[in-house]
Design a protein around this ligand. Structure first.
Ligand SMILES: *Cc1c(COP(=O)(O)O)cnc(C)c1O
Length: 470
């Protein structure tokens, strides 16, 4: 064995290896070297150069020796995490309080000694044992549940390929898939010709709505900040709207105190008349109103704001209408329940979470807008190391600058596989039960000992204690 010193990125690396083998690797690298793929981080080319060859081979052999672990783990995940977890007789969760749970995992502190693959598989089995089995038919969560195996397959494949969605060159197939899926979603909503982007959750989707709406009306804010505004600006959401509006107002410097809460009817739907009143009130208090958040499926009651009536108000008063459809927007794919979002095509933007009602694996959230280009204009920073304008392909396929993120997880494949699988099964739409409008069933449990008594505030306090501990 000869010892060869190689220069790698300006660093010397001591390698034990055969110089001929290194030369052979060089030739192989050069063959793939003309693929114009930059790594997207510093514009260097991946897969070129003799000296990187050995390093790459080292990485490959590490992966190869770990493959038996991965195969074993996949079997464990399928058996313990899916097949057994789905069984009605399996507990949804072996729940333990934090201190007791911690005691079951002496493996958690990172020590000096590496663990064997067999030990790691055992720990993974234990992790499954003490985790919540969301695939179990007895698992009921407010907002998600169930499992689509095709979508899970998409999520796994995405993880294995481990790329980032920011440029076409590192995610060519997924960029095309996104375009396809987005066109479909935009069409379903009535935003044809608009733009869409995957966001890390519905809350972020709502923040995107607040931000692009502000950019549209006050573009100077992007450069000059809120200091450029002559008046404080006001936003409107119902008193049943999601708390992400509050978080967004804090984060964007709008101020949580500048949100006007619009009243709702007994079903939890925004009162359009009250919206008009609140806008007037804001104006008379010296505000410049700019943004209305309507909700398609409120988080607790599942109420659908009447979008046509709200759009009338927004059009008349010149306000951006955003629809938070994080929970209930998926009715867009249902022939039976599409009417709940009637008028949505009149909105300016929308948040839609396929990871809730449609059963796509978390996270799968989309922000859509009918205003083509506004995402790019509002969010772009034109990083020259990443979004070079002289690449040898149509750079409009680099969607990264529309996002507030840099590296972005690929969320499209699981949704696309889910969609195709459901088409194949010929399920006509999704089974969505309306209770009263949506799937939300809100109830109190009144135990026998409390029935037939005067329902005063002390009685309700006791009831709340019992029901919250159940
Ligand atoms: C769940 C929900 C959100 C937040 O979505 P995340 O993906 O959990 O961030 C926003 N709005 C409504 C109405 C929701 O139900």
């Amino acid at each position: 064995m000869k010892s060869v010193t190689m220069k790698t990125n300006g660093f010397s690396k001591q390698l034990n290896g055969d110089i001929h083998a290194a030369t052979k690797r060089t030739t192989e690298r050069e063959e793939i070297g003309h693929c114009p793929v930059s790594n997207g981080v510093n514009g260097r080319h991946v897969g070129v150069g003799a000296n990187e060859g050995a390093q790459v081979d080292e990485r490959v052999s590490t992966v190869q020796t770990s493959l038996p672990f991965l195969r074993k783990l996949v079997d464990v995940i399928i058996q313990d995490g899916l097949v057994d977890a789905m069984d009605r007789n399996t507990k949804v969760c072996e729940f333990l309080p934090p201190a007791e749970l911690k005691a079951r995992f002496p493996e958690f502190p990172i020590g000096q000694e590496p663990a064997s693959d067999a030990q790691l598989v055992d720990v993974c089995k234990k992790i499954i044992k003490y985790s919540v089995k969301t695939v179990n038919p007895r698992f009921f969560n407010q907002l998600f549940g169930g499992m689509d195996v095709h979508a899970l397959g998409g999520a796994w494949l995405t993880e294995a390929l481990n790329s980032s969605q920011y440029t076409y060159e590192v995610a060519p197939v997924f960029t095309l898939l996104e375009k396809e899926i987005f066109n479909k979603m935009l069409g379903l909503i009535g935003f044809q010709g608009g733009d869409a982007i995957f966001v890390p959750g519905g809350s972020m989707g709502n923040v995107y709505g607040m931000n692009v709406a502000r950019y549209r009306k006050f573009p100077e804010v992007k450069e000059k900040g809120l200091y450029s505004l002559k008046k404080p600006i006001a936003l409107f959401t119902s008193d049943k709207g999601h708390y992400s509006i509050t978080k967004g107002a804090a984060m964007l410097g709008l101020g949580t105190g500048n949100i006007f809460k619009v009243g709702t009817d007994s079903m939890g739907r925004m009162l359009p008349k009250n919206l008009e009143k609140q806008v007037e009130a804001a104006r008379s208090q010296g505000y410049e109103p700019y943004f209305v958040n309507a909700t398609a499926g409120t988080t607790v009651l599942g109420a659908y704001d009447r979008l046509d009536a709200i759009a009338d108000v927004c059009e008349r008063l010149g306000l951006w209408l955003h629809v938070d459809g994080a929970w209930g927007g998926s009715v867009a794919v249902s022939r039976k329940y599409r009417h709940l979002i009637q008028g949505i095509e009149r909105a300016d933007s929308m948040t839609w979470n396929p990871h809730k009602m449609m059963g796509a694996p978390l996270q799968c959230s989309v922000f859509l807008t009918k205003h083509k280009g506004v995402l790019q204009e509002c969010h772009s920073a034109h990083a020259r190391y990443l979004f070079q304008q002289d690449k040898n392909y149509d750079v409009s396929y680099d969607t990264g600058d529309m996002s507030l993120q840099c590296g972005r997880k690929i969320d499209v494949l699981k949704l696309w596989l889910l969609h195709l699988a459901s088409e194949i099964r010929k399920t006509a739409g999704f089974r969505l039960i309306a209770e009263p409008e949506c799937t939300n069933v809100c109830f109190w449990y009144i135990p026998p000992s409390m029935r037939g008594q005067t329902e005063d505030s002390a009685w309700f306090d006791r009831l709340a204690k019992i029901d919250s501990s159940a």
